[in-house]
Design a protein. Sequence first.
Length: 249
Amino acid sequence: MKATIEYNSRKIVINVSEPLDISISIDMSKGKINAWGIDDPKIEVESFDGYEVSVANGAVVNFNSIQFNPHSHITHTECVGHITEKVHSVNQNLKHYLFLAELVTVAPEKIDGDFVISEKQLKTALRNKKRDAIVIRTLPNLSDKKETRYFNTNPAYLSEEAAFYLVEKGIKHLLVDLPSVDKEKDDGKLLVHNAFWGTAGKVRMDATITEFIYVPNTIEDGEYLLNLMIAPFENDATPSKPILYKIMN
């Protein structure tokens, strides 16, 4: 089913019946992604007076409780409150949810023993395109990204210069298939987070970073309409379900 959306005075045609989900869920039946070395998430049946509340156990409803950390266990979207003393809520600062996005595929460069997404690579990918969001898929892009345990693995990350470039380009929403845009251990500098949110000057309260996405290889690089759906938690970060729609015109 086609729909026409007016976006910044441009009419965009998408097929709403063909959403491209790039989120990673918490699925207790499969291997689970995990970062920062904390315990795995839990989805457990609640009990009352020793009685487990599930339809399989004779109850009229299923009644599960969920324990997780968005930064460690699931696709999540965060705002500057992630790194500021005052915990700003992403649910309060993300006011719009549809954005023109560019999906790019990057093979991080080997720099000083690390794999880094550089400014040059992003300049090559974006060129003169005007976008509100960038979705970065890193190579190699294997499906085991959806269940990788990243603690003490020094995964790829962005350079500080790459973050400054994205700000200069007007990118407000940065989505990556990594546990963090920053180096796993950087002595607490968080150079990319700080650069992208502008903490040294005018803070970009409405800018977001989404981590732990997964973009299947069947989705081609290019221009998409991004629906950045978030769960309504008043927290620095919340689980999210980013959806891409191929632009047809």
